[in-house]
Design a binder for this molecule. Structure first.
Ligand code: LMR
Length: 438
């Protein structure tokens, strides 16, 4: 018997004490070792932790009382606690009072929800909606919407299977699209040296990639950089894309979070529709309604005619049905209740603005604290970037030191979820960042 097998056998023998079947002599320790090494999954390799959600796991395992989690993009109030929006609580109360049944939604979800999700994103005046050209389905939040889009386009997009995503982009985009059957390439987006949008590189890349390629665009609050094109730059992007017949795939996970104004944040999407693009959109209500675990989202497609919309709708249903059959109803009902009630809608918009403003004030505090400590670095990007994230410029090694020596957790690309910064932890955070960068 090899040494390894002998060691495994002795471990198995030790465990046998706890196993009634082994104690009764029904199976021998060696048989159980053999069975384990012959197991179907005996050769499965250990996968790496998720680049974002793995941070939460590591954070939870840290016993230090003053640990700070700036990994996942999930809003916290100033006490560092998850925040259930009062408008969501109110909508939920109303739903409970209605004692609704729990029947299946249709494949494309709760109609009251998708109707309002569409007008929130595109505006009630959108010609795509007025002309009955907008196909929309509920999805399992933004990730599910991206996946439906990926699957649908892999099957039906007639001009190739390559989607171009910005460099950098959300850590999960590549996996979602690749697993959908698309090929993923990047276009230039962010200039490290200027800590801003590389608009020239971006336009040049969109000019040189194969015509009619698919292009992923973050509608607002770019994740991870917090750097968005200006309205003028969006117009230039639209022009180049039009010229090269590129197909836009918008990902809008942060409507309302970038500027605090849901209409302003939808500028790019609405402008492209006005310019007569056919396009697709993935929408999430995780951040702007705080409905993270409820998994509320939508996938929509602007088609050329009501008749085409019908055919697209039939194929989206065929895509969704084998994936998860039909979506959960509760979160969608909450969102529908908020979006469909004028007063509650106004309250919700004020609450989104409140969340956006708290994040903006934390940006100022973090920058002030770093400057007060005498950090020689330029930290102006902390306040110039928008949305939930600050792309700090910290190196992977500095991020590792923050984690091991300061119990401060962020993704290794240096992205800080500003939503996890509070007036209480900002001083310690600044001191920790200062310590690893001086
Ligand atoms: C994030 O980027 O942190 C969020 O979108 C959460 C997630 O699922 O990655």
């Amino acid at each position: 018997m090899s040494n390894i097998l002998a060691r495994r056998a002795s471990v198995a023998a030790a465990r046998a004490v706890a196993s009634p079947r082994l104690r009764l002599g029904l199976i021998s320790p060696l048989a159980s070792v053999a069975r384990r090494s012959n197991s179907v999954f005996a050769k499965i390799p250990q996968g790496p932790p998720d680049a974002i959600l793995g941070i939460t796991e590591a954070f939870k395992a840290d016993s230090f009382a003053e640990k700070i989690n700036l990994g996942v993009g999930a809003y916290r109030d100033d006490a560092g606690k998850p925040y259930v929006l009062p408008s969501v609580k109110e909508a939920e109360l109303r739903l409970i009072q209605q004692m609704l049944d729990k029947e299946y939604a249709g494949i494309t979800g709760v109609p009251a929800f998708t109707k309002h999700a569409a007008t929130l994103a595109y505006s009630p005046e959108s010609k795509a909606i007025k002309e009955d050209r907008l196909m929309i389905t509920q999805s399992i939040s933004g990730t599910g919407a991206l996946r439906i889009g990926g699957e649908f386009l892999a099957k039906w997009y007639p001009h190739g299977k390559t989607i171009y995503v910005p460099n950098p982009t959300w850590a999960n985009h590549g996996a979602v699209f690749r697993d959908s059957g698309l090929e993923v390439q990047t276009y230039r987006y962010y200039d490290k040296s200027t800590i801003s949008l590389d608009i020239d590189g971006l336009l040049e890349d969109l000019n040189t990639i194969p015509k009619k390629s698919m292009v992923l665009l973050h509608a607002c609050a770019h994740n991870p950089t917090g750097v968005d094109p200006t309205p003028e730059q969006w117009k230039m992007i639209a022009e180049v894309m039009k010229k090269n017949e590129l197909f836009p795939f918008f990902d809008m996970a942060y409507q309302g979070f970038a500027s605090g104004d849901a209409d302003k944040d939808a500028f790019a999407l609405r402008y492209f529709v006005e310019q007569d693009f056919e396009l697709v959109l993935a929408q999430s209500f995780a951040k702007n309604m705080g409905l993270y675990g409820e998994r509320v989202g939508a996938f929509s497609l602007v088609t050329a005619s009501p008749e085409e919309k019908k055919r697209v709708d039939s194929q989206v249903k065929i895509t969704v049905r084998p994936l998860y059959s039909n979506p959960p109803v509760h979160g969608a009902r909450i969102a529908a209740e908020i979006l469909g009630d004028e007063k509650l809608n106004a309250q919700w918009l004020a609450e989104v603005k409140g969340m956006a403003e708290r994040i903006i004030s934390m940006r100022t505090l973090l920058r002030d604290n770093l400057e007060k400590l005498g950090s020689p670095r330029d930290w102006s990007h902390i306040t110039s970037q928008i949305g939930m994230f600050c792309y700090s410029g910290l190196t992977p090694e500095q991020v590792d030191t923050l984690r091991t020596e300061h119990s401060v957790y962020l993704t290794r690309d240096g992205r800080i979820s500003m939503a996890g910064v509070t007036s209480k932890n900002v001083t310690r955070l600044a001191e920790s960042i200062y310590a690893v960068t001086k």
